[in-house]
Write a protein of this length. Structure first.
Length: 138
């Protein structure tokens, strides 16, 4: 499909063109350069003029800053549909955690059984006297 019989003279001609392009650096036209620098100076001056002496941008109060942070969070998550999915997944996880299916242990029940102070000793150390106490047989 490709022509592999290229002569060296064709390749040398291409190499000469590349060498000529490298020897002449590209110059930006003076009019374009002047227009770009004038525009940049105008934008910098507008930013300096818009600053409030307190160092804060105009129109930025703490409430608008928190609103802007909330909007950035929503866009980082993926918008309102993704935020809705995140809320549903969180509530489903909470529901499954508090009322698990029959094949999973109930964390609320196990927490309630360990909430009394007398049962905490069994977690810390194995003690035969603890097993013989009256509290176990009640």
């Amino acid at each position: 499909m490709t022509d592999t019989d290229k002569s060296l003279s064709d390749m040398d001609h291409l190499e000469d063109l590349f060498a000529a392009a490298r020897s002449e650096p590209a110059q930006l036209p003076q009019a374009l350069q002047a227009a770009m620098l004038a525009d940049a100076q105008h934008v910098q001056q507008d930013r300096v003029d818009a600053r409030v002496p307190g160092g804060c941008e105009p129109g930025l109060n703490p409430q608008s800053l928190s609103t802007r942070l909330w909007q950035q969070f929503i866009s980082a998550v993926g918008g309102w549909p993704a935020l809705g999915g995140l809320a549903v997944a969180s509530l489903s996880g909470l529901w499954i955690g508090l009322a698990p299916p029959s094949f999973l242990p109930d964390p609320v029940e196990s927490f309630a059984s360990y909430s009394s102070g007398s049962l905490l000793g069994s977690d810390l150390d194995y003690d035969v006297s603890f097993l013989m106490s009256d509290e176990v047989f009640e």
